[in-house]
Design a protein around this ligand. Structure first.
Ligand code: CAA
Length: 380
């Protein structure tokens, strides 16, 4: 495995770092507090090419590799995980899904707008009764010849109200179980499409998460992605890549919390010396550093597997499982290193601790990653 970064990788990583520090850091505490979507910042991220990094250049994408995407995700997530989840969903679920499985017309019509940030996308799989058990879709799309009629409710949808285009997974033939599921591109303005109330969340509060309700929404047949019955595979294949993005987000949250803890420990004095000189703190820093570096190896391995066109179901699930655990543990320890200051908003680490939790839940809980990993090691 060669994880040596190219000059281009370093340039992309540094550009993301600069952007995060200059554009996302100011106001990140307030946006979290007020649950305010980073509208202007996301617009700029689109202009700079951060929203369609891996998509084909002929549709406005950056044509970059997964390693570049992971590096940028990590840097953005160090500062603002709410902005990075918007970036992650748009890049790895929506743009990648459409670029890889959409047809020419769909890419021309939708992907060209999504890669540039002119429009934002959402990925709609979860339902009130189909979260981890994704084959149990209750949302239906009934075939009416040249169109489908979509009915049902989706839950916890990132970019729920800010998106313009939604990739919606629905059951078209219940008898066929997961082979009767399809994926559709749905436009926000279509009749019968309703956006439910915004969720009041523990973390990533700057991102907007909603339920979506579909009441007899007419979806033209040309908006189905792939062959009839491809929807579940579409969701699984797309999520496998999405998990690498979320692993990078977790790595970024861990890295951001660690950097703040290290800095604080070199400034804060107690018992006559900077607290980093006390082993109680120094050993915490050592553990955090090792865990982050181990998580980085797993995240890079998954990204390199994807770039080398090797199977990344296992490496992506391992990266997400471990990096999200590290994000949680490191951010909790970063609060501890900060003592009382860690418990107040001004020092950022309490937000990172809250943001870390979702990385163990969305795009497949840690338990789902263990299902993917254990099946892979048992069945080969
Ligand atoms: N690639 C291709 N095909 C795959 C696949 C993959 N990675 N994983 C499964 N499949 C296929 C299987 O081959 C099988 O097809 P065949 O019958 O043709 O062989 C089919 O899908 C069904 O697979 P399983 O029998 O393995 O299905 P299962 O019901 O046992 O569950 C699961 C599989 C892994 C648990 C899956 O349901 C899952 O991943 N659940 C979690 C869902 C999830 O991640 N939700 C996140 C929501 S999106 C989100 O969070 C976005 C956001 O807003 C941030």
């Amino acid at each position: 495995m060669d994880f040596k970064l190219t000059e281009e990788h370093i340039m992309i990583r540094d550009a993301a770092r600069d952007f995060a520090n200059s554009e996302l850091l100011p106001g990140v505490i307030e946006r979290d507090d007020k649950q305010e979507f980073p509208t202007e910042q996301i617009k700029k991220m689109g202009e700079l090419g951060f929203l369609g990094m891996m998509a084909s250049p002929e549709y406005g994408g950056g044509g970059m590799d997964t390693v570049s995407y992971v590096l940028a995700m990590e840097e953005i997530s160090k500062i603002d995980a709410s902005a990075s989840v918007v970036m992650s969903v748009n890049n790895s679920l929506v743009c990648w899904g459409l670029d890889t499985f959409g047809n020419e017309e769909q890419k021309e019509k939708y992907l060209t707008k999504l890669t540039t940030g002119e429009s934002i996308g959402a990925f709609c799989l979860s339902e009130p009764e189909a979260g981890s058990d994704a084959t149990s879709q209750k949302t239906t799309a009934i075939d009416h010849g040249d169109h489908y009629i979509l009915n049902g409710t989706k839950n916890w949808i990132t970019n729920g109200s800010t998106a313009d285009f939604y990739l919606v997974i629905a059951q078209t033939d219940r008898e066929k179980k997961h082979k009767g599921i399809n994926a559709f591109i749905v436009e926000k303005t279509w009749e019968g499409f309703e956006i439910g109330p915004k969720e009041n969340k523990l973390g990533i509060r700057g991102s907007d998460t909603h339920s979506l309700i579909f009441n007899d929404v007419k979806v033209p047949k040309e908006n189905r992605i792939g062959e009839d019955g491809f929807g579940f595979k579409f969701a699984m294949k797309t999520l496998a890549g999405g998990r690498i993005g979320i692993a990078a987000q977790a790595l970024g949250i861990a890295g951001g919390a660690y950097e703040l803890a290290l800095k604080y420990s070199k400034e804060r004095k107690a018992f006559g010396t900077e607290i980093c000189n006390h082993q109680a703190i120094a050993f915490k820093l050592a553990d955090m550093h090792v865990a982050i570096e181990a998580a980085r190896l797993l995240v890079m391995k998954a990204a390199v597997d994807k770039d080398n066109k090797e199977n990344y179901d296992l490496s992506g699930a391992m990266a997400k499982l471990y990096a999200s655990q590290v994000a949680m543990e490191v951010s909790v320890e970063a609060v501890q290193v900060h003592g009382g200051n860690g418990f107040v908003k001004d020092y950022h680490v309490e937000r990172m601790m809250r943001d870390a939790k979702i990385t163990q839940i969305y795009e497949g809980t840690s338990e789902i990653q263990k299902i993917v990993i254990s099946r892979s090691i048992i069945n080969g």
